[in-house]
Design a protein around this ligand. Structure first.
Ligand code: NAD
Length: 515
């Protein structure tokens, strides 16, 4: 039994209501209509229902998308730096309500304080980034082959962006999409995870206020609380130009073809199965700290969580000794307790998948070196608290090649560097990766075209905890999408290529003659 305890349900409910009201969520959004089934807002701290919210129906999807489409028609001709003004206001409001938003992230997603605050900070950061971007959105000019002609490209707003988000980054992923889409001149309709509706209500209320404060068109942001069926209706809506969907590979497999069938655009951010290589020259103390954060942090529920460790045989024993010692000391319990580093899994079925993966790993010859059990946490009989596990595997068995969204770190060993890279890439997913080494040749090789095949490739740092300035996303079954920084904004705009003739003559390209 852990020393930490979860506060009683009434206290959690009061905390949620306080935060929601501080963010300006209207009372009518907090209670399902009498007789309606509604959407339960559950806290994973104890598995209890906090509130029963009004849920969207299929008819609401078209209404909200139509309003967004109408707002888009005004917004697309609003100058981009003026659009940046809205996002600047949003960033300020998010910063002002940082503590309240972090409370909600902790209650719904089970994040510890520092990570919950970090997730809110990520929203503020991406707003800053987007405000700067609103004075950029650069197109290129190219030399024309014809005299007196100019060739250039112009980036225009795309339309309504449908954002479908996962439970584990309940607010950051929304902000990556929304802050960028808004400066790009798009409208946004958000279908958050059914496991995190409260954080969504709070963010949506703050954006509504920013829209009102800056006299931006109403309808520019719509919120649809509901389950998968609401997501499906959004995906199929012909007026949604881009569907940006974050979640499991299973979800992406359904969403991708449906959007493609109507020639819509999709941006998919799906599951990962991230690995780190630990080479003989690695700084083992640094690697240990990085590995424990990446593998056990957020209770293993980040898309970038470290799930596979590929260690050179010469350093396997000393590294595992350090890791096992660190895992034994990990404080597990209520994420509201400042001493805790590992909070709960999101629900009981996640716990079942944790148990099942460990059973399969043992059956494939795996040896559990640390953790793997359940923890009872006082005041939370309905919460799902597990001990992060380290499992030494004889080979990269099927269970290792799958993403189990829970804290299990599989350890494999290697002799030759080529073998390490081959093991690293031999999984269906391609999100994040890292190498710990002091050997520059190894580091460069890992970064090279024949090195890691992931979208995120790090050196001497773990797989999780990306900054917003870079483009975020991965290859293969991770879906290929890129969000947040760098030039990820281009996915939210349409490109027009323009040829302008000021020569006074009609000259055809490639010297073609006609008429
Ligand atoms: P999930 O796939 O169960 O749900 C994600 C969202 O998709 C939810 O809003 C859900 O309602 C919706 N959805 C599910 N099926 C749908 C369908 N057929 N049509 C439309 N919408 C549908 O995922 P989850 O359990 O909330 O999140 C965990 C998963 O998300 C993990 O696999 C994790 O790796 C992944 N993830 C990826 C990234 C990334 O950026 N690559 C980031 C966070 C999470």
């Amino acid at each position: 039994t852990s020393a930490t305890r979860v506060p009683p349900p009434a206290e959690l409910r009061a905390a949620a209501l306080r935060a929601l009201r501080a963010c300006g969520v209207p009372e009518e959004a907090l209670q399902a209509r009498a007789g309606a089934a509604g959407l339960p807002a559950v806290t994973c701290l104890n598995g209890e229902e906090l509130l029963r919210l009004p849920a969207a129906g299929a008819g609401d999807v078209e209404r909200v998308v139509a309003a967004a489409d109408e707002a888009f028609r005004t917004w697309r001709t609003t100058p981009a730096p003026v659009r940046g003004g809205l996002v600047k206001r949003l960033g300020r409001l998010l910063a002002e309500r940082k503590e309240d938003l972090a409370d909600l992230v902790a209650l719904e997603a089970g994040k510890i304080r520092s990570e919950a605050l970090g997730e809110v900070q990520e929203m503020v950061d991406v707003c800053d980034f987007a405000v700067g971007l609103s004075r950029q959105l650069y197109g290129r000019t190219m030399p024309s082959e014809r005299p007196g002609h100019r060739l250039m490209e112009t980036w225009h707003p795309l339309g309504v962006v449908g954002v479908i988000s996962a439970f584990n980054f309940p607010v950051a992923v929304w902000s990556w999409n929304t802050a960028i889409a808004l400066v790009c001149g798009d409208a946004v309709v958000w279908k958050p995870s059914e496991k995190t509706p409260l954080t969504a209500l709070a963010c949506s209320a703050l954006l509504a206020r920013a829209i009102a404060d800056t006299a931006a068109p109403q309808g520019l942001h719509g919120l649809l609380l509901g389950d998968r069926a609401v997501g499906e209706a959004l995906v199929d809506s012909p007026r949604v130009a881009l569907v940006s969907a974050t979640g499991s590979t299973r979800m992406g497999r359904e969403v991708g073809p449906r959007v493609a069938a109507r020639f819509g655009r999709s941006l998919l951010e799906l599951g990962g199965n991230n690995a780190a290589v630990v080479a003989p020259s690695a700084d083992l103390d640094l690697a240990t700290r990085a590995i424990v954060f990446a593998a056990a942090g957020t209770a293993g529920q980040r898309c970038t969580t470290l799930r596979r460790l590929i260690v050179h045989t010469s350093v396997a024993e000393p590294l595992l000794e350090r890791l096992v010692a660190a895992y034994r000391r990990l404080p597990i319990g209520s994420p509201l307790d400042p001493a805790v580093l590992v909070g709960p899994l999101v629900d009981a079925s996640s716990g079942d998948r944790f148990d099942e993966a460990l059973r399969r790993a043992r059956a494939a010859g795996g040896e559990v070196l640390a953790g793997g059990g359940r923890r009872e946490v006082e005041g939370a009989p309905g919460g799902c608290y597990v001990e992060p596990a380290i499992v030494r595997m004889p080979a990269q068995a099927d269970v290792v090649r799958e993403e189990t969204f829970a804290p299990i770190l599989y350890v494999l060993t290697y002799e030759g560097f080529e073998e390490a890279i081959a093991l690293h890439n031999d999984v269906p997913q391609g999100l994040s990766s890292g190498i710990f080494t002091a050997d520059q040749r190894e580091a460069e090789r890992f970064l090279a075209a024949d090195g890691s095949d992931c979208g995120i490739v790090n050196v001497n740092i773990g797989t999780s905890g990306a900054e917003i300035g870079g483009a975020f996303g991965g290859e293969k079954e991770t879906g290929g999408g890129r969000e947040s920084g760098s030039d990820a904004w281009k996915a939210y705009m349409r490109r027009a290529t323009n040829t302008v003739n000021s020569s006074g003559q009609l000259l055809l390209a490639q010297d073609v003659t006609f008429l």
